[in-house]
Structures are given as structure tokens and as C-alpha cells.
Design a protein around this ligand. Structure first.
Ligand SMILES: C[S@@+](CC[C@H](N)C(=O)[O-])C[C@H]1O[C@@H](n2cnc3c(N)ncnc32)[C@H](O)[C@@H]1O
Length: 233
């Protein structure tokens, strides 16, 4: 009998570093949802211009979110543990004349020393070895009243069907083996840990694909992909 071992999260993302800025490549879905993500962030600040706001983009990959925020005037730091991702992010930012502070660092193992007005953790928690412990630590990197925004995937049969069976294995919208079902996070589990760690104003929004219109939109349906926003007490 042969077993196919799942590659580590690190190896998985190392193998995809050249894909970040291919709009129709392996990260097409992230490019497609980009406008919704940016609008969601702007609505949290209640303004379009993010000038002088200090933002940390954790697990920034090739810098898709970091760049958009820098274009809106934010002072952005992007961190990722895959050095090829940071390399791709730096080159792309340079081509676009954007000043972004990129760092290669494993934030589950190493310390981040600065404090920020906002921390963004998009599509990352479900890849960590211990997201609960990680969220305990992250509050110390926020300024008073600092905001935290997370996007991740709920854990239930529908989310498994849509994100792993259909989006990964059948439609190939997402690279195969990107997700592991047991690492998905239910909104009530996330809410509990956030409350335990001094976060308040915890709100959820769903991110939903409408197959007939071939469009993504924000909704109240959090059974699959969802956003969570909150504020440090
Ligand atoms: C699915 S990608 C999301 C990229 C980006 N946040 C976005 O949504 O456009 C997850 C990223 O998290 C990074 N990552 C996962 N675990 C990490 C860790 N412990 N330290 C730093 N980066 C990590 C991966 O290398 C990968 O680039």
C-alpha cells in the first residue's frame, strides 16, 4: 500500500512563488476577490484614503493586499516565511514604485517587534500549526484601539465540498492540497478565542460566489468563506 504524504505548508507555498502576479494563474481567485477585500478594509476605517495608517499584512504572499493598501497611502509592512514570496513581492513593488516594508519571517516562531493600527490576516490562519496560540500573541503588536481583520474558511460539509472537492480538486481554482479540512475554523471558535484575548466589536461577513453571475460578493452567509473584523479593547 502506498501513502501520499501531504507536503508541509512551507513547501506548498514555496512551490507557488512565481504565480502571485499571474492574474489568470494559480492565485486567480485571490485576484478576483481583491476589490471586495480592499473595500471591506476601507469600510472598517470608514474612509477610502488610508494615508499614515500603519498596517501589517501577515502571510502577505507576493504582496497582493500590501500593494493595494500602499497605493491608498497606508504605511505597510508585509511578512511571509517563504523568501521567494518576499522576493516576488519586492520586485513587483519596485516595478510599481511602491514603498513597502517586506520581511521574511516565520511569525509562529519569531517575534515581530513593532506595533500597528491594523493587522490583516487573510487566508492564513487555516495554514498555521496553532492559530489559537498565534492570536493570543498578536494583540501585543496592535496599538490601543488597533483593528484586526481576518479572512478564513468555516469547517462543515458544505465548506469542504465547495473549497476542497470543487474549487481545488475539480475546478482547479485553487492549487491542489492548499487546504486541509481539519484546519478550517468555525466562526464561533474564532470569536471565543478573540474574546478571550481582549478583542471586542467582533463582526462577521460572508464571502459568497454567485455562479450564475460569475461574481463574488459580501453576504451574511458565513458557512464557507468569511471575514471577521474586531478591535483591541
Ligand atoms: C493562502 S496564502 C494568502 C496570501 C495573502 N494573505 C492573500 O490572501 O493574498 C497564505 C500565505 O501565508 C504564508 N504563511 C503561512 N504560514 C506562515 C508563517 N508561519 N509565517 C509566515 N508566513 C506564513 C504562506 O507562505 C502564504 O504566502
Amino acid at each position: 500500500m502506498s501513502f501520499k504524504l501531504k507536503r508541509s505548508e512551507f513547501d506548498h507555498f514555496s512551490g507557488l512563488a512565481s504565480e502571485w502576479w499571474q492574474k489568470n494563474g494559480k492565485f486567480k481567485t485571490l485576484h478576483d476577490i481583491q476589490p471586495i477585500r480592499i473595500k471591506f478594509i476601507q469600510e472598517i476605517f470608514n474612509k477610502k484614503n488610508l494615508e499614515k495608517i500603519k498596517i501589517l499584512d501577515l502571510g502577505c504572499g507576493g504582496g497582493l493586499i500590501s500593494e493595494e493598501l500602499a497605493k491608498l497611502g497606508a504605511n505597510v509592512t508585509g511578512i511571509d516565511f517563504v523568501k521567494e514570496n518576499i522576493h516576488a513581492a519586492r520586485i513587483h513593488a519596485k516595478q510599481n514604485n511602491l514603498k513597502i516594508n517586506y520581511k521574511t519571517l516565520n511569525f509562529e516562531k519569531e517575534r515581530i517587534n513593532s506595533k500597528f493600527d491594523m493587522i490583516i490576516i487573510f487566508e492564513v490562519l487555516e495554514h498555521l500549526s496553532n492559530w489559537k496560540y498565534f492570536l493570543e500573541k498578536i494583540q501585543f503588536n496592535l496599538n490601543p484601539n488597533g483593528k484586526l481583520i481576518i479572512s478564513t474558511i468555516n469547517r462543515n460539509l458544505l465548506s469542504k465540498l465547495l473549497t476542497i472537492d470543487i474549487a481545488e480538486n475539480y475546478l482547479k481554482w485553487i492549487p491542489i492540497n492548499t487546504h486541509t479540512y481539519y484546519k478550517f475554523i468555525k466562526p464561533n471558535e474564532l470569536e471565543y478565542i478573540l474574546r478571550e484575548n481582549n478583542f471586542k466589536n467582533i463582526k462577521f461577513k460572508g464571502l459568497e460566489y454567485q455562479p450564475l453571475k460569475k461574481e463574488w460578493r459580501l453576504s451574511q452567509m458565513t458557512r464557507v468563506n468569511y471575514f471577521c473584523s474586531c478591535k483591541l479593547n
